[in-house]
Design a protein around this ligand. Structure first.
Ligand SMILES: Cc1cc2nc3c(=O)[nH]c(=O)nc-3n(C[C@H](O)[C@H](O)[C@H](O)COP(=O)(O)OP(=O)(O)OC[C@H]3O[C@@H](n4cnc5c(N)ncnc54)[C@H](O)[C@@H]3O)c2cc1C
Length: 283
């Protein structure tokens, strides 16, 4: 078991695989010859009863990917293979992938995922998606996420940090409760080193689980405006809208509102890169 808020995705020490039961999956191969169980859940850490980190090891070795991309994860649920996309938080090409997932009550996949434990065989697709860093971009990188939308952003931040001369970066992460601030340790270290400005913000500061929180409050979008205004955030200075690229990931409401705030401050549309985790339901 890995602890919450620990720097991610260094491979777990080799462990003896449990007796592999394919009980959870229908057959090694589905109709048409597509492999079904081709990966194993090797680690799980619950941050709260609704948010957890899952580490999945592909059975056939590391999968090529780019920071920010997602994979489909699949489980057999009531005799059918049910798959959902999840962003990889681990560094590209690592032996284990890491997923930060919220349990959606009444959902088809996540309640079944919550019933799994280490050793569960899973189906794993290939890396997909274009929510990735624009190449050779020296603009200030502004990352804005809600909840589990931090996963691909963490991968991007780590990839950016690996560059010889990484551009300046600001990471805004909005959650309801402090315990949902995944990867806080890693981001705090990067913040303390002076490379990123990490702004975790709590939307329900008066609730008991948030007692003692003395950081930013309100939704992620609220933290944005100050970054572009004179004299700007005390830790960041004023961001230049013409020299900023923004990456937004998570709930569709935040993406709409944050996109509007960025546009109102003059960030051009081509400098706003987004990944929506689900579609807003019509009222
Ligand atoms: C490219 C991509 C990457 C994704 N990466 C992640 C990730 O890294 N972590 C993660 O937790 N989720 C991620 N998702 C969402 C994920 O794929 C599932 O939609 C989610 O886990 C719900 O699946 P489910 O089968 O339990 O619910 P479903 O039965 O599919 O959906 C139930 C309802 O809940 C809505 N819904 C879906 N997700 C949420 C949510 N988080 N909060 C509230 N309502 C929701 C859906 O719109 C739907 O109406 C990603 C989605 C996309 C498109």
């Amino acid at each position: 078991m890995i602890g919450p808020n620990v720097t991610l995705a260094r491979p777990l020490p080799a462990r003896t695989a449990p007796a592999r039961s394919l009980e959870g999956l229908p057959a090694r191969r589905a109709t048409g010859g597509t492999p079904v169980a081709n990966a194993t859940l090797v680690g799980r850490a619950d941050l709260t009863d609704q948010v957890a980190r899952f580490r999945v090891r592909p059975d056939d070795g590391p999968r090529p990917s780019v920071a920010g991309q997602y994979f489909s994860l699949g489980l057999n649920i009531d005799g059918a293979l049910v798959k959902r996309p999840y962003s990889n938080a681990a560094e590209a090409g690592a032996a284990e992938l890491e997923f930060l997932i919220r349990r959606v009550p009444g959902g088809r996949f996540t309640p079944a995922l919550w019933a799994t434990s280490e050793g569960t065989p899973m189906s794993l697709g290939r890396a997909t998606g274009v929510f990735t860093l624009l190449p050779e971009d020296d603009r200030t990188h502004l990352f804005i996420s809600t909840g589990t939308g931090l996963a691909p952003i963490l991968a991007m931040v780590n990839a950016l940090h690996d560059r010889p001369d990484p551009p300046r970066a600001v990471v805004v992460h909005g959650v309801a409760h402090v315990a949902e601030l995944a990867y806080r340790d890693r981001l705090t270290v990067l913040h303390a080193a002076g490379w990123i400005r990490y702004i975790p913000t709590i939307s329900r500061p008066t609730e008991a689980p948030n007692a003692g929180w003395d950081g930013a409050t309100g939704h992620a979008t609220r933290a944005l405006s100050g970054l572009f205004e004179d004299p700007g955030d005390p830790g960041t200075g004023r961001l230049d809208p013409g020299a900023t690229v923004a990456y937004l990931c998570g709930n569709p409401g935040m993406i709409e509102s944050a996109g509007a705030v960025l546009a109102s401050h003059g960030v051009p549309p081509e400098a706003i890169v987004t990944e929506r985790y689900w579609a807003e339901q019509p009222a």
